[in-house]
Write a protein that binds this ligand. Structure first.
Ligand SMILES: C[S@@+](CC[C@H](N)C(=O)[O-])C[C@H]1O[C@@H](n2cnc3c(N)ncnc32)[C@H](O)[C@@H]1O
Length: 224
């Protein structure tokens, strides 16, 4: 694994001056920490991430985690898709800024794409998809389609990282963010068939922000 920390410090500047401070996008950790559980699973050495691959972050928002993945994994193709052209414009603006080293920026591409309309031939499927708060942004009635898309877009042997937040004991009605539970992910991914769980952790409270304490779970699914 090629772990590169080079983007972290400049990213702090952005997080303090934009979304986090204006409170409009409270799910963002601020780029100083990216999402701590994502860093935990990528850098733990517990999952044998391939040396090269193609990754997707659907519902990428401003794309901090997308850029982190390109930097940390060192892969040449890391895509961030969002249906919102405003989000994609913000992500592209940051990507082009001097805060992102050219070697990382050249691996990342943000585009306005509806995840549910994405259809790829076998050879273009992904080695990794990372979902953080996209699952809880869509209405729960769309989750079976989310599961089918994950089945269809990840190649055999590829990985799905689900950072579940808010991960709650009981469903609730209002959202977004809508509720999530480990069992619900299993259900919409088609049961145990087709997936092996290779990482399944409740992040330790010391790496979580107050908002996330007790409400995160991170699971890595391997497509079999
Ligand atoms: C809660 S935000 C998560 C942003 C990002 N993952 C982050 O960590 O900051 C959910 C995002 O999903 C996007 N989204 C909703 N429906 C989508 C779809 N069908 N295809 C792609 N993106 C979608 C929204 O525009 C929004 O930016």
């Amino acid at each position: 694994m090629n772990v590169c920390f080079v983007t972290y410090i400049p990213l702090v500047i952005l997080s303090r001056t934009s979304s986090r401070s204006n409170g409009l996008t409270p799910w963002e950790a601020g780029a100083v920490d990216i999402q701590p559980p994502l860093r935990m699973v990528i850098e733990s050495g517990e999952v044998p991430w391939p040396k090269e691959g193609k990754a997707l972050v659907p519902g990428c928002g401003r794309g901090f985690d997308t850029i982190y993945l390109a930097s940390a994994l060192g892969w040449k193709t890391v895509l961030g898709y969002d249906i919102s052209t405003t989000a994609v414009a913000a992500a592209n603006e940051f990507l082009k800024s001097k805060n992102v080293p050219p070697s990382v920026a050249s691996s990342v591409k943000f585009d306005a794409v509806d995840f549910f309309k994405l259809a790829l031939p076998e050879e273009e499927k992904f080695d990794l998809i990372y979902d953080y708060t996209f699952y809880v942004a869509i209405p729960p009635t769309m989750r079976p389609d989310w599961g089918k898309q994950m089945q269809s877009l990840i190649k055999p042997g590829g990985y799905l990282i689900t950072l579940m937040f808010p991960h709650v004991p009981e469903p609730y009605k209002l959202g977004p963010p809508f509720w999530s539970s480990f069992e619900n992910y299993i259900e919409v991914l088609g049961g145990a068939n087709g997936w092996e769980i290779v990482y399944n952790k409740i992040p330790p409270p010391e790496i979580q922000s107050e908002v996330h304490k007790g409400k995160d779970r991170i699971v890595v699914w391997k497509r079999v």
